[in-house]
Design a protein around this ligand. Structure first.
Ligand SMILES: *Cc1c(COP(=O)(O)O)cnc(C)c1O
Length: 374
């Protein structure tokens, strides 16, 4: 093998922390509650298959992904548990899900009718497992009225090419200190639930934020655990976490080049940074193409337990930092995570980049090797 994983720029993923975070959530739920591990978007950047395997090993009943391709990648890698696609799958691809035993989200009667036609015409017999999505106020996908939902339930139950496996909703403001919109959604959801005399096996309403701040309102048997499984606070900083979460990932690199910059010399594109006095400068082999945002220009990283300023613009593949003293090539640099007693969190990066921790995590590009620890 000529290609390798020779790069020092790594996302170090602590699988033990994933296990810990799942157990923390499980402890807080009603007995017999189940957890679906949300592993969409390459497990929020942490690696689809290793994270799914770890979560299932820690007791998750199933995994949620955004698109069918992600579900098939899990099946191809030997994951046999329930896998639910949370987005809408084009009806012409749905038989692939049925074949693979992947569960799909359905949000309209039309979709069911179209699949019924295709299945009849093609003599597909393997039942497609469906979770009916309920739009209680997110405004994204799903049934908005109890009547349309009941029609769909009836259609699913009357046609043997479907298996009614689940129903769920999703909240828009579960991570907010203001509960009013959340409570409205709960009320609407409860109308859907109480409209059925017999519920499907999986009834789910809670994302991480609901599992953290609205546990007493969960009228469902399964929690979809996303960001909290990765040790991050769903609200950023708005609400204090109610679980003892461990951050799962660290973004690190190592110094590739060191030099002395003379007073008056400039660094990087646009020559926006000029040394005021002689100083030590290190180059790092990481840039915005790795998902470290270009707007971090002027921010800081950690070297040997100390904050060091980023000097000049972050480039596509490299960036420069100012060192307090010369450090050798190969010295580890932490861009997100802990060094000594200092830490740069996903929230710190998100605040600086004017976004949320989710986006920082999911933007770490494929070029960054994922390295697993326990
Ligand atoms: C992404 C997603 C989740 C997980 O959300 P977190 O805030 O990360 O817990 C749960 N449910 C649905 C429908 C989603 O799209």
């Amino acid at each position: 093998m000529i290609s390798g994983r020779l790069r020092d720029t790594k996302l170090i993923v602590n699988l033990g922390a994933i296990r810990h975070n799942i157990q923390e959530q499980q402890k807080q739920l009603a007995p017999n509650s189940k957890i679906f591990a949300v592993v969409k978007a390459n497990a929020y950047g942490n690696g689809l298959v290793p994270v799914a395997q770890t979560a299932i090993g820690a007791g998750a009943t199933g995994a949620c992904v955004a698109i069918l391709d992600e579900a098939l990648e899990l099946r191809d890698n030997g994951i046999t548990k329930l896998i639910l696609v949370l987005g809408i799958t084009p009806v012409e691809n749905a038989h692939v899900a049925a074949e693979a035993g992947v569960s799909l989200t359905v949000g309209s009667l039309d979709w069911l009718k179209n699949y019924h036609q295709l299945a009849s015409a093609n003599h597909w017999t393997k039942p497609l497992k469906v979770h009916l999505g309920i739009d209680s106020g997110m405004g994204r996908i799903g049934f908005t009225t109890v009547e349309s939902f009941n029609e769909a339930v009836k259609f699913v139950r009357e046609h043997h090419e479907f298996e009614f496996e689940g129903m769920f909703t999703h909240f828009a403001t579960a991570d907010s200190a203001d509960d009013s919109y959340f409570n409205k959604q709960v009320n609407k959801w409860e109308q859907f639930v109480s409209s059925l005399t017999e519920l499907p096996p999986f009834v789910h309403m809670a994302n991480s934020a609901t599992g953290m701040w609205h546990r007493e309102k969960i009228t469902a048997n399964t929690v979809r655990m996303g960001i909290s499984m990765y040790g991050q606070n769903p609200s950023g900083r708005e609400l204090a976490a109610t679980l003892d979460l461990q951050p799962v990932e660290q973004l690190v690199t190592s110094i590739s080049f060191v030099k002395k910059l003379k007073a008056g010399e400039s660094v990087s594109y646009g020559a926006t940074y000029t040394a005021q006095e002689d100083e030590w400068l290190a180059t790092l082999p990481i840039g915005y193409a790795d998902g470290y945002p270009r707007c971090m220009t002027g921010y800081k990283v950690l070297v040997d337990g100390q904050f060091c300023d980023i000097a000049g613009r972050v480039c596509m593949d490299q960036m420069m930092i100012r060192l307090p003293k010369p450090y050798p090539v190969g010295t580890q640099v932490v861009l997100m995570g802990r060094s000594g007693n200092k830490e740069i969190t996903a929230n710190d990066l998100a605040d600086r980049a004017d976004t949320i921790n989710y986006e920082i995590m999911t933007n770490i590009s494929n070029r960054v090797h994922r390295v697993y620890t326990d």
